[in-house]
Design a protein around this ligand. Structure first.
Ligand code: KIV
Ligand code: NA
Length: 275
């Protein structure tokens, strides 16, 4: 169907049809994703993927709003969600609401996403009650990279209880979906069974109610970043490298532009300087 999806459509997928999600940061990618996916996330991964930052910590609200506006212009059907960047929501529910309201008003997104479990439950409840629906993000939360000391799989062994509590707390607080990042089995399945709202896995489990990847990762556009959980559906980075190499050679050999690319008279043959 081509009607624009709303929050209840996503909620209704739980236990029925897998929710297909990808990131987008630009209008053209949003158009491509919109044709096939249910949820488009303007992720703060944009900082690493498009801006060359080495973590998501330097991403600003203005960056998220700029990319959100671009993505909005490419969407007709998919539900649009924008990540709240580091520092824009953790201080208090009021801070989170002021910034989430700005993101929603300026980008036209349907919901925001923020990282954190039990500690963020109060904030999620506050936002959800004020017209700013929230997707929660638990397990590996990249904005906490300094606290974690890396991007390792979360919830192994006893640590699993922490992730379970986090997922349950945010679901009870009113998050309409929960991203589980790098949460291993059987924990991801167990959480998916336990909570009433959809789980969206990344590096988690096919049992999750939906899946998400960073579009640039699965398209092979983000350099040599090849984590285990990303299936490469294309090698667009390699294709682009070949294309740019061919262009560079054509220019150096004066094969480009060719007559079909030219305006006006045919050019005189170029005399090469003698060396
Ligand atoms: O920023 C992002 O792209 C994300 C998804 C990978 C879940 O948070
Ligand atoms: Na993110």
């Amino acid at each position: 169907h081509s009607r624009a999806l709303a929050l209840p459509d996503i909620a209704a997928c739980k236990g029925k049809t897998p929710i297909v999600c990808l990131t987008a940061y630009t209008t053209p990618v949003a158009r491509l994703v919109d044709a096939h996916c249910d949820v488009v996330l303007v992720g703060d991964s944009v900082g690493m993927v498009l801006h060359g930052l080495d973590s998501t910590l330097g991403v600003t609200l203005d960056m998220m709003i700029m990319h959100g506006k671009a993505v909005r212009r490419g969407l007709e059907r998919a539900l649009m969600v924008v990540d709240m960047p580091f520092g824009s929501y953790e201080e208090s529910p009021r801070q989170a609401f002021a910034n989430a309201a700005r993101v929603m008003a300026e980008t036209g997104c349907a919901a925001v996403k923020l990282e954190g479990g039990e500690t963020m439950a109060g904030t999620i409840e506050y936002l959800a009650a004020r017209g700013t629906p929230v997707i929660a993000h638990v397990g590996l939360t990249p904005q906490a990279v300094n606290a974690f000391g890396g991007y390792r799989v979360q919830g192994r062994g006893d640590d699993g209880e922490r992730i379970r509590k986090d997922a349950n707390a945010v679901a009870e607080a009113g998050a309409f979906a929960v991203v589980l990042e790098k949460v291993p089995e059987p924990l991801a399945s167990r959480i998916t069974e336990e909570i009433k709202v959809p789980t969206i896995g990344i590096g988690a489990s096919p049992a999750c109610d939906g899946q998400i990847l960073v579009a640039d990762d699965m398209l092979g556009l983000f350099g040599d970043f090849r984590p285990k959980f990303v299936k490469r559906y294309a090698e667009l980075g390699e294709a682009a490298d070949k294309a740019i190499a061919a262009y560079a050679l054509d220019v150096r050999e004066r094969r480009f532009p060719a007559p079909e690319h030219l305006f006006g008279d045919a050019p005189r043959p170029v005399q090469r300087a003698k060396t």
